[in-house]
Design a protein around this ligand. Structure first.
Ligand SMILES: [Ca+2]
Ligand SMILES: [Ca+2]
Ligand SMILES: [Ca+2]
Ligand SMILES: [Ca+2]
Length: 570
């Protein structure tokens, strides 16, 4: 551009720019900024993680795109350093002005014996509306999370004018490759399978903002050679909490089915014409409590069995069972079994069924045994030599260090991942927690001051050791739920996001090299298999977006992510 032209054009460009700025300011209404202060905890025991959990829950429930912005914790931390909490209303307003917020939310949790009281205040920084007070009581700690949920709904409605459980209209769907194109558009056509049955799916898709937009992708900072970001597919939501999920060909037609369970319901579905079609489902009995599900053809007749780990009664006695398709129905081929079941991929052998027993005093009373089909029963075979405290749920076998040696990869009780050699010697342990589960067994607490309470023992999640991106090196695949987690037996636990992460061994440690996009809530279970029957494997997760009560409702979905494909050879 020559000088003269520039001189002619400049005022014009400037005017256009100024118009854009000014109209932009007029059009975009500023979002409300809300400060959520740490809750004061009044209790005999150290329950400070509960404060973290409540702030975490409220932050994710109150955040509203372009409307309500929760001031990040880092910004708050410095500002409240010398403040006593909970603050007076005046101090809260001063803080709000300092942090350029419109509202300040704070409160306390008080534990009396077993009951819990939750008290909160929302202060309008500029006093345009009076201070709102919220107070509720829970009979026990277990009921605190639903109370926080209700509190969030109330604040959303009364302070920000947002209706609870609002399902937003999906935005324009982004282009996605192959069968993953426009999942929303498929809803009218054929989500029927998913919508039928006991726990009907909602007839709307989750907000696009929360939906994943890609498959496995390289983790920032890690070389991306050989990776391709592919698509993902998400089911409509089911109004239940999916506790377990597994893939396998249960009817012997060479197509993969998705089997998933809630506490009292079993679903068998198949991905067809880009939606999940109901194949079969069944309600559990009132006294049953389904814990876990696995799918594998252990009796080798060409149809995979469904292994349901189930506990019954107040003593949580194991009464697991196995279902198999007989051509017309799923029949119990084993029932009232005293085993926890878990199927694992074993190098050189394929899928192997393992079991472990419990008794009244000990949640994991026996060693872990391989279970084989003999004389019409699943009988215990070889005992597996596992490190102490590793239970049947949270371990995998395979060459995790890519050194030609078998190893055991397992969760410890704090959800850190350890790698052991086959003699059980620890080779390495992560600093970070992975996994993270809301699926628990009740456990009698014998500690002083526990007043005969039961604790929650959270079951570890699955681990896979496999070459997920087909580059000749094994990865360790784990789920990674983030949130606030107290001690092992704590009854308060909350996750606000989750994803699947692939870790690779590099000389001294496992580090993340691939990950899926994050989901809201948490991943309760996942499996790897050919979910959409196109000849390539996916990683398929059960996402629990909301764990509510009968009143507030729960929401879960099944999401499939393409695995990374090796780059074409140049
Ligand atoms: Ca099949
Ligand atoms: Ca079979
Ligand atoms: Ca690999
Ligand atoms: Ca596939």
């Amino acid at each position: 551009m020559n000088d003269r032209l520039q001189k002619v054009l400049f005022p014009f460009v400037l005017v256009v720019f100024l118009i854009m700025v000014s109209t932009g300011q007029v059009m975009a209404e500023k979002p409300s900024r809300v400060v959520i202060l740490p809750y004061e905890i009044n209790a005999e025991r150290d329950l400070s993680f509960i404060s973290e959990g409540i702030v975490d829950m409220l932050s994710s429930r109150l955040a509203w795109e372009n409307r309500v912005l929760v001031v990040p914790e880092e910004e708050i931390k410095g500002a409240i350093k010398d403040m006593s909490l909970p603050p007076s209303e005046e101090a809260a307003r001063d803080l709000g002005i300092k942090l350029q917020a419109s509202h300040v939310l704070f409160g306390s949790v008080t534990v009396f014996g077993k009951s819990v009281s939750l008290d909160s205040k929302v202060v309008d920084v500029y006093e345009t509306t009076p201070t709102l007070t919220f107070s509720s009581q829970a009979a026990e700690m277990d009921d605190l999370i639903p109370k926080v949920d209700l509190l969030a709904d109330e604040i959303n409605e009364k302070v920000f004018g947002r209706q609870p459980e609002r399902i937003e209209q999906p935005a324009q769907a982004p282009e996605r490759p192959s069968i993953y194109a426009h999942p929303e558009s498929l809803l009218g056509a054929g989500a029927g399978g998913a919508a039928a049955g006991g726990a009907a799916a909602e007839q709307q898709w989750a907000p696009t903002a929360a939906a994943p937009t890609g498959g496995f992708a390289a983790v920032g900072g890690v070389p991306t050679t050989g990776m391709a970001v592919e698509g993902s597919w998400k089911s409509p939501s089911y109004k239940t909490v999916i506790k377990g999920m597994a893939l396998g060909d249960v009817d012997g037609d060479n197509r993969t089915e998705v089997v998933f369970i809630s506490e009292d319901h079993i679903y068998v579905q198949r991905f067809e014409n880009a939606s999940l079609r109901k194949i079969w489902e069944k309600d559990g009995k009132r006294y049953q409590n389904f814990l876990a599900v696995d799918v594998a053809d252990i009796n080798r007749n060409g149809r995979a069995e469904i292994f349901v780990t189930n506990v019954e009664g107040s003593g949580q006695r194991l009464a697991s069972f196995v279902l198999e398709w007989d051509g017309t129905d799923f029949k119990q081929v084993s029932k009232d079994s005293p085993w926890y079941y878990r199927v694992k991929d074993v190098p050189g052998r394929g899928e192997v069924l393992y079991g472990q027993k419990r008794n009244v005093n000990d949640l994991f009373a026996s060693d872990v045994y391989e279970l084989t089909w003999q004389n019409g029963e699943y009988d215990s075979g070889e005992r597996l030599n596992l490190p102490k405290r590793v239970n049947v749920f949270g371990f995998a076998l395979g060459d995790a260090m890519n050194n030609g040696q078998e190893s055991i990869v397992a969760y410890d009780e704090a959800d850190k991942i350890a790698v052991y050699n086959m003699s059980g010697e620890e080779q390495w342990k992560s600093d970070d927690r992975f996994g993270g589960s809301m699926n628990y067994l009740e456990y009698p607490m014998h500690q002083e001051g526990s007043r005969g309470d039961t604790g929650h023992f959270y079951l570890p999640q699955r681990i896979f050791v496999m070459d997920v991106n087909k580059d000749g090196q094994n990865e360790v695949i784990v789920s990674h739920n983030k949130g606030s987690v107290g001690t092992l037996l704590a009854r308060f636990r909350h996750f606000s996001s989750g994803r699947i992460v692939s870790l690779i061994w590099s000389r001294f440690e496992l580090y993340p090299n691939l990950q899926t996009p994050g989901v809201k809530g948490y991943i309760s279970d996942y499996d790897i298999g050919d979910f959409d029957n196109d000849g390539k494997n996916e990683v398929v997760v059960a996402e629990v977006a909301k764990q509510g009560t009968l009143v507030t409702g729960s929401r879960s979905s099944i999401i499939g992510y393409e695995l990374p494909q090796p780059a074409p050879v140049q």
